[in-house]
Design a protein around this ligand. Sequence first.
Ligand SMILES: *[C@@H]1O[C@H](CO)[C@@H](O)[C@H](O)[C@H]1NC(C)=O
Ligand SMILES: *[C@@H]1O[C@H](CO)[C@@H](O)[C@H](O)[C@H]1NC(C)=O
Length: 291
Amino acid sequence: MAAAKTKTTSTTSLLLLFSFIIVFLSIPSFSSSSSSTDSFVFGGCAQQKYTPSSAYESNLNSLLTSLVNSATYSSYNNFTIMGSSPQDVVYGLYQCRGDLSMPDCATCVARAVTQVGGLCYQACGGALQLQGCYVKYDNATFLGVEDKTVVFKKCGPSVGYEPDAMGRRDAVLQGLMTASGPYRVGGAGDVQGLAQCVGDLSAGECQDCLVQAIGRLKSDCGTADYGDMFLGKCYVRYSTGKAPNSYKDHSDKSSNEGEKTFAIIVGLLAGVALIIIFLTFIRKVFGEHGK
Ligand SMILES: *[C@@H]1O[C@H](CO)[C@@H](O)[C@H](O)[C@H]1NC(C)=O
Ligand SMILES: *[C@@H]1O[C@H](CO)[C@@H](O)[C@H](O)[C@H]1NC(C)=O
């Protein structure tokens, strides 16, 4: 009778110990649970800093607020906030990926604005690209101006010379080139492609930008299993079946640090709670044995 009871007790203890371990093991998956739309791709800031509590700062704050508000009803918009003096003018825009719903666009822009504010603390200008949206602001106007400089590029590992795979890749890129509109998707077999222009470009400028991005993608990424080419005002990405994830997921690992911290704290709290339950349980068991 006593032996049977001890056995049940140790089984329960083991179960508790296991759930405790599982909570800790689940921390990494917790941290990557942010949706792929919101994960970080790249960011950059202007060198010059503005004066804290200046008119520029308050204009910048109203610009950023306008971007976030606008993203609830439009996938692209631009704003110019005029100050009392010309040097206080701030220009800004955002662009959501064409397939995002309005709520997702709004969430994405809100995150991008928060992140760019942290990354570019007191900088006159900043730009940040998440998987699902792009935001940029500056004190010099860039609205409606073409920009084909390479801002960020990433090539996956080479798949080696595979004529079929590369043929499909080239066909997908060609398809993106001949399609129309600011948001383009295509696929062939295991190859997926995506192109997006910023909404301030005309149809002709968008086309021009995408042709440039596709050319750079082919020449720079060669036979890579995926490629990302972000120019100033447009980007093109492709992914083959050889890539570990689709192009929408590459940068998940570099997702929001704040979220990771939050997830770790939640994990630790759960762990601590379990330790307390476990200890209370042990005490109770030993207490019972002591009787
Ligand atoms: C932007 O701000 C910086 C720093 O205040 C200044 O040096 C630069 O001239 C400004 N540019 C324009 C176009 O106003
Ligand atoms: C900026 O926004 C205004 C008002 O929404 C619009 O009329 C204008 O065409 C936009 N400019 C660019 C360059 O997109």
